[in-house]
Design a protein around this ligand. Structure first.
Ligand code: SF4
Ligand code: SF4
Length: 198
């Protein structure tokens, strides 16, 4: 029998795909141990949203230095906006990220997948493995991603993950705002939020 996401040549939404992925092994919620500095940043608003639904999640966050490798990764995510990224994440400064255990698993990852309701997850978690590039949306070729392995094309992955290019772009705009960039490249940057101690 075909997996739930695949029916003939048609691909249908699979609300359980990330849960099935978590049951099968490492997911996008796991890092290689030692690769924490490459983890995406977590905006204070994203942390607060998580704490709003899971008040016991205080141990799920970590403070990480803005290492040169982290800053370079961030610049690569936003080509043409390197100067602003360098201002937002200055080398020598710090950012918040999700904490992981000794095996590199996000502390919010349970046996059935993320313990958070989807709307409370960080924007980056909700976007992966999709990312807008110019006017289109690209999929990371991530072999550990079940949506990638079963979808293999942008159209099928969007369907499996129950999203659309429009949704991906809107979510990306919200991620940009949360991280301090304007919602679209070229617009004025939002005012910097007051920094909380982490
Ligand atoms: S917050 Fe949830 S979706 Fe994001 S990395 Fe952690 S377990 Fe995965
Ligand atoms: S987005 Fe991909 S890698 Fe992440 S949990 Fe879902 S299927 Fe797995």
């Amino acid at each position: 029998m075909a997996p739930p996401g695949l029916v003939g040549v048609l691909t249908v939404a699979d609300p359980d795909i990330c849960q099935r992925c978590a049951q099968g092994g490492p997911t996008c919620c796991c890092l290689e141990p030692g690769a924490e500095q490459g983890c995406f940043p977590l905006a204070p608003a994203e942390r607060d949203r998580i704490l709003g639904v899971l008040s016991g999640a205080a141990g799920a966050f970590a403070r990480e230095a803005n290492s040169p490798a982290f800053v370079e990764n961030m610049k690569a995510l936003f080509p043409g906006e390197e100067e602003l990224v360098a201002e937002l994440f200055p080398e020598g400064g710090f950012h918040l990220r999700l904490a992981v255990d000794a095996a590199g698993r996000c502390r919010l990852l349970g046996p059935q997948g993320c313990v958070l309701p989807r709307e409370a997850r960080p924007h980056y978690c909700r976007l992966f493995p999709l990312w807008p590039v110019g006017r289109t949306v690209m999929a990371f070729a991530a072999e550990r991603c079940l949506a990638w392995r079963e979808g293999r094309s942008l159209r099928r992955m969007l369907a499996l993950l129950q999203t659309t290019e429009k949704n991906v772009k809107e979510l990306h705009g919200r991620l940009r705002l949360a991280w301090g960039l304007p919602p679209e490249r070229g617009l004025p940057a939002p005012p910097a939020p007051p920094r909380k101690k982490t």
